[in-house]
Design a binder for this molecule. Structure first.
Ligand SMILES: [Zn+2]
Length: 153
């Protein structure tokens, strides 16, 4: 959509083909800004008070204690999101599926590299409990254990 608008504005340098990294980063930035606008009452929101929030380029970020560490900026100052928003739920689901149905702890650390999700652990646990593939694997694990117990016992 943003490319279409830019292509309409400029007549000389029109972009086409696959989306570039800059376009994807811009779109992600825009989506997270909209999510934060819908979720929080600005930087003074009471839920953010204990997180030492700051605003960077329009996004509310958390200032961690790792500010002086030699690491990526997103890891040191992750974007604050709330787990109740649909986009964030979709984000968690996407990371769960793309990382081979990762468990709660792995998913927390994967998401924690970029985002600080309020109520994230509860949301991840709830989402995984609804995942059909994970439930099947869990059930298959129990069946395997029962079979092994019968053989050995
Ligand atoms: Zn799963």
């Amino acid at each position: 959509m943003w490319r279409f608008i830019n292509n309409c504005k400029t007549s000389t340098c029109k972009r086409n083909g696959e989306l570039g990294v800059d376009e994807l980063n811009f779109a992600e930035h825009l989506v997270f800004r909209l999510v934060q606008e819908e979720s929080f009452d600005g930087i003074g929101d009471s839920r953010l008070a204990s997180l030492n929030p700051c605003v960077d380029n329009g996004l509310i970020r958390m200032r961690t204690k790792l500010v002086l560490r030699q690491d990526t900026f997103e890891f040191r100052c992750p974007v604050i999101l709330t787990s109740e928003h649909t986009v964030v739920k979709r984000l968690i689901w996407d990371r769960h599926v793309t990382h081979c149905h990762a468990g709660v702890q792995l998913l927390m650390s994967i998401l924690g590299e970029h985002y600080w999700i309020l109520g994230g652990r509860r949301a991840i646990r709830s989402l995984i409990s609804k995942c059909v593939r994970c439930r099947r694997l869990l059930a298959a694990g129990w069946i395997l254990q029962l079979l092994l117990c019968r053989r050995t016992g």
